[in-house]
Design a protein around this ligand. Structure first.
Ligand code: SAH
Length: 486
């Protein structure tokens, strides 16, 4: 579509505030969807597998840190009790006796039965309550420290790690070769159930499943499973809410609630793996929140996911997406970890980017691009620049030319994503032809480009945040030589 036409179109739509009225693009290969959002959302909403919710009453004071000194007496007694206890043979229960590969959850996902549409009830957020740390948030070295503190041999740490990350058991009781007194002590200190029964699953006909997970304090977060051929990607949240207020992001619109702890980040993977029909092979931090605003927990979760004796997700199959938090990029340079980095660009000049992404005021494009240049130079890795196309706003040839100027000096590629409609943002995705034309212009300028179509639009639009762009099934066919990395 010519730029002038596009401009007129967006103005007219803005006046009417009715992006849905845009005539359906003829060539867009999107599966048929219900016309209105409520119908799409309610297509299949079922309470997910009920998780063993821990009673808040059972929270102990010693729960705050694994190294709490309060338990010293108990530990000694425990050490006495358990030192003579012989490891017992694993019980024959389904959750404990069967050895499974790290990639397979012990309890196979129950088939999801569609039931009458049901929306989650409002839940009270319990502020300032003390919760036990989640067992999923500890690294192997942390478990060794906990065992040392309890005068336990270090092989216990390995046993616990395997029960959690290889067999993915959901209770301390299932760890049948751990002496009972130690299991009891661990249960006093760490929760295994990350989610309450206020947990729901939505799925679409293209196989995308969104989990709405109830945190123990009443917060709700989302994870999305995106299948592709024989693998699947899980899109994970890093914060409840987001403080960055990008113009077309619904999570930003809702504001920031809190950082997720590492155990809640890993816990999303565990929850997703229990319902995913396919092995989860890739993780993208493109859910709710800004990963670099919760840097320590995100990096800890990555190290847990990446551990070879555990979930064993290769670092190169893990992608962090940032809106442009420069100190996060700089810190990542110094980490000895080979994760993929995506930077949400969305606009090629400071004026437009600041309008779309207020974070640009703090770290404007010259500063951001310099950090990106350093990152690629020092790590030898490529950066993917996410560019959400909005008709008439950032999709003109001159925008493409500026993107070329910005990205060409850097080892970067560009991932184009047509905007997913969100209520509060008056804009629409350009036509497929316009997206392709934009991509072709970038390619002629020497940039590697992917153009992706989101799967699971109905669940995506439900929150307006998870566009599932880079990770979705790919419709890049019309751009010659697209870079498709998964
Ligand atoms: N805060 C991080 C990660 C979460 S958002 C970041 O900004 O990268 C993941 C991606 O989804 C970002 O590129 C974001 O700009 C994009 N996004 C959010 N809402 C969108 C929408 N309505 N349509 C298309 N992309 C959207």
């Amino acid at each position: 579509m010519p730029a002038t036409k596009a401009k007129t179109a967006i103005k007219a739509k803005a006046a009417k505030a009715a992006p849905a009225k845009r005539p359906a693009a003829p060539a867009r290969p999107v599966p048929a969807k219900p016309k209105t959002q409520p119908k799409a959302m309610s297509a299949k909403v079922v309470p997910a597998k009920r998780v063993a919710a821990q009673s808040h009453k059972s929270v102990t004071k010693s729960g705050k840190t694994p190294a709490s000194k309060k338990a010293t007496g108990a530990q000694k007694a425990l050490a006495r009790k358990t030192s003579s206890a012989k490891p017992v043979a694993p019980a024959k229960s389904a959750t404990s006796s069967k050895k499974t590969s790290p990639a397979q959850p012990v309890a196979p996902a129950k088939p999801v039965t569609p039931v009458a549409p049901k929306q989650p009830k409002p839940v009270k957020i319990l502020r300032n309550i003390k919760l036990k740390p989640l067992a999923w948030g500890l690294l192997p070295t942390d478990w060794r420290d906990v065992c040392a503190e309890l005068d336990q041999p270090s092989f216990r740490a390995r046993q616990i790690w395997k029960w959690l990350h290889q067999r993915r058991v959901m209770s301390w009781d299932a760890m049948s070769d751990i002496p009972e007194p130690l299991r009891e002590e661990m249960a006093k200190r760490f929760d295994i159930s990350a989610w309450t029964d206020d947990t729901y699953e939505q799925s679409t006909d293209d196989g995308v499943r969104k989990l709405l997970l109830g945190c123990r304090d009443g917060e709700r977060i989302e994870s999305v499973i995106i299948p592709a051929r024989d693998q699947a990607t899980v899109c994970i949240s890093t914060q409840a809410g987001c403080a960055f207020k990008c113009a077309f992001c619904a999570t930003g619109k809702c504001g920031f609630d809190r950082n997720l702890e590492a155990g809640e980040i890993v816990g999303q993977f565990i929850a997703a793996s229990s319902v995913s029909p396919r092995r989860l092979t890739h993780v993208v931090f493109m859910g709710m929140g800004e990963p670099f605003a919760n840097y320590d927990n995100v990096l800890k979760a990555i190290r847990i996911l990446n551990d070879f004796d555990g979930l064993a997700i290769g670092a190169r199959r893990i992608t962090i997406s940032t809106c442009g938090v420069v100190p996060g990029i700089e810190r990542l340079i110094a980490e000895n970890i080979q994760v993929e980095l995506s930077v949400s660009l969305h606009a090629p000049d400071d004026a437009l980017r600041t309008k779309l992404m207020p974070v640009n005021k703090q770290w404007p494009l010259p500063v951001l691009m310099e950090a990106c240049r350093k990152y690629t130079e020092k790590t030898g890795r490529i950066i993917t620049f996410e560019y959400t196309l909005v008709e008439g706003l950032n999709d003109k040839p001159e925008h493409a030319d500026k993107v070329i100027e910005l990205v060409r000096p850097i080892r970067g590629r560009v991932n184009l994503i047509p905007l997913s409609p969100v209520k509060h943002f008056r804009g629409v995705a350009p036509s497929p032809e316009a997206c392709i034309a934009f991509g072709r212009r970038l390619q002629r300028g020497g940039i590697n480009v992917t153009l992706r179509r989101s799967k699971g639009r109905s669940v995506t639009a439900a929150c307006g945040q998870l566009k599932l762009s880079r990770v979705a099934a790919i419709e890049a066919a019309s751009i010659p030589r697209p870079v498709i990395d998964r």
